[in-house]
Write a protein that binds this ligand. Structure first.
Ligand code: NOJ
Length: 563
């Protein structure tokens, strides 16, 4: 049943990475009671939905994205009673909780896999993807996302299983009807508790091309690229439609599919309400613009024109046909203020500018913990201070290939996932107030300056700015429904666009650089006479003659026919 309201189109989502959010019991690891104690903070920010990164029982090879038991809570995070309490406490504050649905793979310690690998005629055998080797080699040449082959040998059955991620994350076989039904049962378990929806981990990887053909392999690479054979695969729409009909359509929920490699055209197929699949997807295209040909660790300077072109394409392609999600950050991405802004002199202005630029677009915005106070990337001195398996595997591989230590560290400082995973900075107390114990990963030393306590004391803070952006979305229909029109396409520093409905319009001007931008008064003529500035990130605005956008300045003009 499609609900007319589509509440998720007007919602703002806040992502919590529980391990690093708030530790209530001093063991150095964030937990569910920690989240409960910070719900008032999230309510004050004004968000509507909390997305919890996985809280399920897990051996934590990939911080919970390797699930051992979908219907139990990870010991370090608490108990199912704590989860129920969290759900209730959130409800009292009108906050919905959405869960991470990780069903492309499980942990190798999941009971299904333990059975599946035990013998070829075990009833759970076909829950996973098994294949014999070829001439003593793995079944095909695919590499795993986290390095090495995507195949792992299993002694008991003398064959290989597929793992697109770590070898402790075997891929599930979605061709198997009983497996799909088991996943749907598990989804109902959580939905019946009253959760508000799911963020679906790499959900466009679940349908693999039959025969699992070799991928193209560049001469200097050890493995082939299997992605054309598992991204947006042949049965993906059937599987998502079935999941929708069997489960999701019976609840009024938000669904967002994480979909690397999906184009706007594919996004429309996934999110067009007529197709009954998911509400929206996470695209990766804008996050890949500062990577070279050899992937994320191959550093490249962002060209603002590329970013504008890309976001314009998503905004205009999906208008009226599908729905966008909007994000700069998550637990896999470096901190946006360090990435596309300036984490030095202009940290506050650039963090507010980036928030403004994103939040005035069409779609459902996602804020990642710490973004609302302008948390920055971290540069730990030694590799031992890093915890993420992707980073560590890459480091070891490159060292073996003879790449110089400092070059690798530069890539880690710029792109490593641990940039996002250092503990939330609550105060200037020891460990940023995150824990009274020893944090599982060190706190970013900038916590003495950048922390929630400081931001809550100032009306000019980044937090206050995000509060305003969120509340404007509730007040102005044009933010949800307006058309998008990019202006100054070729300007190398200015990101400017209009949003329009019959009744309202917005002009958004964002300076993405330290350089001043001289704008002729004509540019904002229509706006400056009939409109007011509703968002700004400098304390005063002067719009007399030609005017200057100062470093990282952001302005939003609003006009309405009824005013
Ligand atoms: C995407 C998740 O966001 C990431 O953190 C994880 O490592 C992979 N999927 C595998 O689950």
């Amino acid at each position: 049943m499609t609900k007319e309201t589509n509440w998720w189109k007007k919602s703002v989502v806040y992502q919590v990475y529980p391990r690093s959010f708030y530790d209530s019991n001093g063991d150095g690891i964030g937990d569910l009671q920690g989240i409960i104690s910070k719900l008032d903070y999230l309510a004050e920010l004004g968000v509507d939905v909390i997305w919890l990164s996985p809280v399920y029982d897990s051996p934590n090879d990939d911080n919970g994205y390797d699930i051992r038991d979908y219907q139990n809570i990870m010991d370090e995070f608490g108990t199912m009673a704590d989860f129920d309490e969290l759900l209730e406490a959130a409800k009292e504050r009108n906050l919905k909780i959405i869960m991470d649905l990780v069903v492309n793979h499980t942990s190798d310690e999941h009971a299904w896999f333990v059975e599946s690998k035990s013998s070829v005629d075990n009833p759970k055998r076909d829950y996973y993807i098994w294949a014999p080797g070829k001439n003593g080699q793995p079944p095909n040449n695919w590499g795993s996302v986290f390095g090495g082959s995507a195949w792992q040998w299993n002694e008991e059955t003398q064959d290989y299983y597929l793992h697109l991620f770590s070898k402790k994350q075997p891929d599930l076989n979605w061709e198997h009807e009983e497996l799909r039904q088991s996943v749907y049962d598990m989804m109902r378990f959580w939905l019946d508790k009253g959760i508000g929806g799911f963020r679906m981990d790499v959900i466009n990887f679940i349908s693999k091309v039959p025969g699992l053909p070799d991928g193209d392999k560049k001469e200097d690479q050890a493995f082939g690229d299997g992605s054309p054979y598992f991204m947006n695969g042949p049965k993906i729409h059937d599987f998502l439609h079935e999941m929708n009909q069997e489960v999701l359509s019976h609840y009024d929920v938000l669904t967002v599919g994480e979909m690397p490699g999906a184009s706007p055209k594919e996004a429309i197929d996934y999110t067009n309400p007529e197709n009954k699949e998911v509400n929206m997807i996470f695209t990766f295209e804008h996050m890949d613009l500062d990577s070279g040909q050899n992937g994320k660790w191959d550093l490249k300077q962002l060209d603002l024109i590329d970013l504008k072109e890309n976001l314009e394409k998503w905004q205009t392609s999906l208008q009226g046909k599908g729905w966008n999600s909007l994000y700069w950050n998550n637990h896999d991405q470096p901190r946006i203020v360090s990435r596309f802004g300036d984490d030095g002199e202009y940290r506050v202005q650039s963090a507010k500018m980036l928030g403004t630029c994103l939040h005035m677009m069409q779609g459902t915005p996602y804020i990642y913990q710490g973004e609302e106070i302008g948390m920055t990337n971290v540069a730990f001195e030694t590799i031992d201070q890093y915890k993420d398996l992707e980073t560590l595997n890459m480091y070891n591989e490159k060292i073996e290939q003879g790449v110089d230590h400092n070059t690798i560290m530069q890539s880690i400082y710029t792109k490593g996932r641990d940039n996002a995973r250092t503990p939330m900075q609550w105060s200037s107390e020891k460990n940023g107030g995150f824990t009274t114990g020893t944090p599982w990963i060190e706190v970013n030393p900038k916590y003495t300056e950048i922390n929630v306590e400081n931001d809550l004391q100032s009306e000019q803070s980044i937090f206050a700015h995000y509060q305003q952006l969120i509340s404007l979305r509730k007040q102005l229909d044009v933010i949800t429904n307006g058309d998008f029109n990019l202006l100054f396409k070729d300007h190398p520093q200015l990101f400017a666009y209009e949003r329009k409905t019959e009744a309202e319009s917005l002009l958004v001007l964002c300076n993405f650089s330290k350089k001043e931008i001289l704008l002729e008064k004509d540019v904002v003529k229509n706006y400056s006479t009939n409109s007011k500035v509703i968002v700004r990130n400098y304390s005063s605005v002067e719009l007399l003659n030609d005017f200057v956008l100062r470093p990282y300045e952001a302005l939003v003009f609003y006009s309405s026919k009824s005013e």
